[in-house]
Design a protein around this ligand. Sequence first.
Ligand code: NAP
Length: 310
Amino acid sequence: MSNAEYDVIIIGGGPAGMTAGLYASRAKLKTVLIEKGIMGGQMMTTSTIENWPGFPGGIGGPELMMRFQEHCVEYGLETDYGTVEKIIDNGATKTVVIDGKEMICKTVIVATGAVPSKLGAEGEAALVGKGVSYCATCDGAFFREVPIAVIGGGDTAVEEAIFLTRFASKVTLVHRRDQLRATQILQDRALANDKIEVAWNSVVDGLESDNTGLTGAILKDTKTGETRKIELQGMFVAVGVTPTTEFIRDLVDVTDDGYIKAGEDTKTSVPGIFSAGDNRTTVLRQVSTAVGDGAVAAIMAERYITELDD
Ligand code: NAP
């Protein structure tokens, strides 16, 4: 007889975790979702999502996540708040340590997502909140009619650059290559925007500040090595994400970048532990893929429990 309090513990309340919660609750598995901050994950800092099907014209990230949460609650998903410190594999059960407290379950779905990566520029950490930001939706409105820069060339950087033109006098998009990585529709929109100037083949080689905060950045041309100064009051860093997997890296197989090694079936190297969403090895990280992962992980957990109980 198992001493498990839960069939499933889901870690992380973003789109993957909430979808796993919805499917597990509908499968009548005793499930709790543990979230360390606010439910909704990275979508809570996304002003509008334009590629979530069913919402022509887009829908606000927080609004969509509120609907996800209401939907989970409708099917009785239990949620709790805390930080998972460790998972112990006991074989047929797993012990999840949350803020020093132990909970025992049969399966774990890790849906902890990812957080924005730091640029690594000297002085960056000290200037957070004084000009340096990792979230345009959160901080954009503080930069009205002043020049700012966005660092990166992916979907996040280009989307943020476009969004920030609502506030800033000028947005310099600093990209280390001569071609953006972002999807074409975003590229077209950014390149057609008069307020956006792209600094191609450029990296940040230094930051300048005074007692009021950030005042400028030194950009280095990656081809010629030449440097130049641009005046700035804000710098939004959008150079990719780092998976939130520190607490599980010594238990399941992970890549050198910290992504949990799991295929489309969301199974990790440890039976009974599944990985869904942005924290696993995958070719695409979107709300739609996170949602798909959450559904698969819940069904895989259900099958695993059935086999365990037989
Ligand atoms: P990303 O796709 O990994 O892009 C990171 C960008 O930062 C790349 O352009 C990269 O340059 C640059 N970069 C990385 N390290 C750098 C460094 N040290 N210095 C300067 N530049 C650096 O990350 P993301 O844009 O955050 O997107 C993450 C995932 O979310 C992606 O799968 C993306 O498609 C998805 N996403 C989708 C949407 C949407 O569909 N609307 C919106 C946001 C995010 P290189 O190009 O040279 O590698």
